[in-house]
Design a binder for this molecule. Structure first.
Ligand code: 5GP
Length: 116
């Protein structure tokens, strides 16, 4: 086990638990440990990619799969009718705190805009 693994890599490797709602060959979705909305789930690739800015042309299929999975998981969670927000924080100004690409799915209440 290497010490420089991100917390999400540890979740992928099942070294620490998470409340997983979807898993397939390419990605994982699990509830956020500190929910910012009644439903707050993270969709992450199993591949170690830092953020959206680090995606390359070689990741086109993966990026598409992640977006389709976001929609599928939101549907599974019953968010489709009321709507929801998808957020990918990128870098320090974006407020990214975990350096492993992730899409937040936030729903279950009306969300304000713009963010702070
Ligand atoms: P970011 O700020 O990078 O966009 O989002 C990181 C998210 O990961 C935060 O919403 C934070 O609550 C969540 N998070 C951090 N550590 C853990 C953890 O160990 N387990 C889970 N399920 N979520 C985590």
């Amino acid at each position: 086990m290497s010490d420089d693994k991100t917390i999400f890599k540890r979740i992928i490797d099942k070294e620490i638990p998470a409340d997983i709602v979807h898993e397939d060959d390419l990605c994982l979705a699990f509830h956020d440990v500190a929910p910012a909305a009644p439903i707050h789930v993270l969709v992450i690739p199993k591949k170690e990619v830092t953020n959206v800015a680090a995606l390359t042309d070689q990741d086109a299929a993966l990026a598409g799969h992640l977006m389709l999975t976001v929609g599928q998981v939101a549907r599974q969670l019953g968010l489709e009718e009321g709507g929801y927000r998808v957020v990918a924080n990128c870098g320090s100004d974006g407020g990214q705190t975990v350096d492993h690409l992730h899409f937040h799915i936030l729903g279950g209440r009306a969300l304000a805009w713009p963010p702070g």
